[in-house]
Design a protein around this ligand. Sequence first.
Ligand SMILES: Cc1cc2nc3c(=O)[nH]c(=O)nc-3n(C[C@H](O)[C@H](O)[C@H](O)COP(=O)(O)OP(=O)(O)OC[C@H]3O[C@@H](n4cnc5c(N)ncnc54)[C@H](O)[C@@H]3O)c2cc1C
Length: 380
Amino acid sequence: MNTKSRGQIVIVGSGIIGLAHALTAIEAGWQVTVLERHSRPLGASVRNFGTLWPLGCRFGEERDQALFGVDRWRKLAAEIGLWTKPCGSLSLAYREEALAILNEFATNSEAPKTDFRLLGPEEVRQRFPNANPDGMRGALYSRAETVISPQAAISGLAEHVRKMGAKMHFEQPVIKVHDHSVETNTGDRHAFDQLVIAAGDEMRLLFPQELAQAQLKRCQLQMMRTVPQAKGFDIGAILVSDHTLCHYPAFANCPSTAKLRTRLEDESPLHQKWGVHVIAAQHPDGTLVLGDTHEYATDFDPEIRTDLDDLVLASLREFALIPDLRIASRWHGTYLKSAIGQTQVILHPRNRVTMVTAMGGMGMTLSWGLASRIVQSWEN
Ligand SMILES: Cc1cc2nc3c(=O)[nH]c(=O)nc-3n(C[C@H](O)[C@H](O)[C@H](O)COP(=O)(O)OP(=O)(O)OC[C@H]3O[C@@H](n4cnc5c(N)ncnc54)[C@H](O)[C@@H]3O)c2cc1C
């Protein structure tokens, strides 16, 4: 770490994007102040699956950014004592089009051969007894995916950032950006050399016009957590299946993806309408985090909808054998996503002001790589 300060960084928001920038900037020798409007981080960063998910990323720069994120989380976890489960992921195929996608993906010339393994139904049955064998045609095992515990990871990271020297101010909503400082609702001003605005889906409160031009859409997701499974139960990997293959950019260019999408639209129009694709991730207390739905709008109804949970659970039963599916809690999360397929959106509404958002469902995975790029851009 540099010992001489290069100047003052102010960061708005203590979600993963804000905290990744905070730690990266401290390590590069900047002084850092984080301003968070709540008494603790409460946004998307503590409402997600906790799955670090390179499998969702396009080969090349995007996957490299994701793998950098996994590596950073794993090292940080070892350093500050966070729980991680480097269990990998298992994408299970029940339709011939889904199996074709897995083959096309794994045999792509850009696919690192050591990262993926195609498994036949018998091998899946032996290695992953909680994968539903009924109608299963095969699977792709991918070794990079890792589970972290979002709430513990974000609060542990915030505490680490504080110990490393950042000034952390909670219950301090930023209401205005001046030329050289930001102002909070108590009238306090914090001077900056560089400002990072990482306010999650509430970005529109600051620089609404610039944000409107960036072609973002707001997405609300519905999530569930089961009761703890019986002692000793281990789901073995993060489990996903056919619906998920239509969701992530990684599979967008596989020739069979359009065919699978058409088939799923015919077979399960409600799943398509509500953007249901299911991930099951096991956490250290034995619970499973399940979801999710994707609803795109400017604002959303407040209710948790049990009919949508039923869609998720129906889809889950197709590919996973979970002994205890009693639901202990349900919640919503929201994020911004690029409407034109960008992995992340970086705006500079003014000199020395950077807005970072729209990592969609990949922010826990991609934030570290982006923070590293942004902090390096301040070098000159
Ligand atoms: C249900 C769900 C599941 C997901 N699953 C995954 C996953 O498994 N893997 C993955 O990689 N990603 C996942 N994601 C995506 C990931 O969670 C997000 O991309 C990421 O958390 C966004 O981080 P952020 O810092 O931008 O936002 P947030 O975590 O929302 O943080 C923004 C912070 O800014 C604060 N803030 C807002 N306005 C102000 C203001 N004016 N002044 C001060 N503070 C302010 C807010 O209070 C909040 O704490 C998921 C997201 C959701 C919702």
